[in-house]
Design a protein around this ligand. Structure first.
Ligand code: NAP
Length: 269
């Protein structure tokens, strides 16, 4: 049997064990996936612990996605560009780091037939998820990329070819795809949108990476205006499947993503 898990500080609500155990069943791998809550004072020992216990793979979540990087023997290009690792793989005694959020976002766009190449894209929020998304959009050769923050004063470390704007400046932007990478509208604070109907009007496609609720207030506004809309559940399942592809060193059929998506869909109203 192989051993896997998710590493974070406090993980009372993580869905990772449910999703990864289901992937193991569907791809017929004999493995265990556990929750590892690690304190800030112990996280510097993570690499040694994974090697010692021969834990083949770990997902890493808040607040350790950046701090674990120094313990790894190799970091993939997308994780380096993003500046964060959420997947560690133990391969031949070496620890390798990847960022599967990047691939989960990519998979969600593909499944929903959302094109970003040569498009004008706007990302709301400047946190960890936003960094994975803007790295993917930049690699996808979008025409223009804006990132929207509440405060332009803070140090953001965003590549110079991406325009950082505030919500007032967003009022003058017309584009193709607008992506919510803020927690605004997430359960239990449902019924709130990060932008107004007037802003939504200026875009053709709305993507919200929040998956609970399934249809956020932001997406509801878009739906009312006949925009194309896409919620974040495919990204969640897609990133878990990408981590498994790395650990199992094989491609996993798209039907696995679709099956788990359908099973989880009913959890979120
Ligand atoms: P985060 O770091 O807590 O927040 C992201 C950014 O949103 C912040 O840096 C901030 O940017 C902005 N923000 C925060 N509170 C806000 C508010 N009240 N009003 C307006 N803007 C606000 O979160 P994250 O880890 O990047 O995740 C963001 C969301 O994506 C969460 O809801 C999370 O559950 C979801 N997510 C989904 C997936 C998936 O697989 N579907 C993966 C990762 C995350 P500024 O200060 O610059 O405005």
């Amino acid at each position: 049997m192989e051993f896997f898990g998710v590493v974070g500080e406090k993980l009372p609500h993580t869905l990772s064990p449910i999703i990864n155990k289901r992937i193991f069943e569907l791809i017929e791998v004999d493995a265990a996936y556990k929750i590892f809550e690690v304190s800030k004072s112990d996280i510097s020992n993570l690499g040694k612990a994974l090697k010692l216990l021969k834990i083949k793979g770990a997902n890493v979540t808040i607040p350790y996605k950046e701090t674990v990087m120094e313990q790894l023997d190799y970091i993939s290009k997308e994780a380096k560009d993003i500046g964060a690792v959420n997947t560690i793989s133990l391969e031949n005694g070496k620890l390798k780091g990847y960022n599967s959020d990047y691939f989960g976002f990519k998979k969600m766009l593909e499944i929903n037939s959302i094109e970003v190449k040569d498009k004008v894209c706007v990302v709301l929020g400047t946190g960890g998820a936003s960094k994975a998304i803007i790295t993917f959009l930049k690699d996808s050769l979008v025409k223009e990329l804006y990132i929207v923050t509440r405060s332009k004063d803070k140090e953001l470390n965003i590549p110079s070819n991406i325009k950082v704007i505030d919500y007032k400046e967003l009022e003058d932007i017309k584009g193709d795809v607008i992506i919510n990478a803020t927690p605004v509208g997430m359960y239990p604070n449902v019924g709130k949108s990060p932008v107004s109907k007037e802003i939504v009007e200026n875009f053709n496609t709305l993507v919200d990476i929040i998956y609970n609720p399934k249809e956020t207030e932001f997406l509801r506004l878009g739906k009312k205006l006949n925009k194309k809309i896409c919620g974040g559940l495919y990204m969640l399942v897609g990133q878990a499947v990408k981590s498994e592809e790395i650990w199992q060193n094989k491609n996993i059929d798209i039907e696995v993503i679709n099956t788990i998506y359908k099973e989880l869909e009913n959890r979120f109203a």
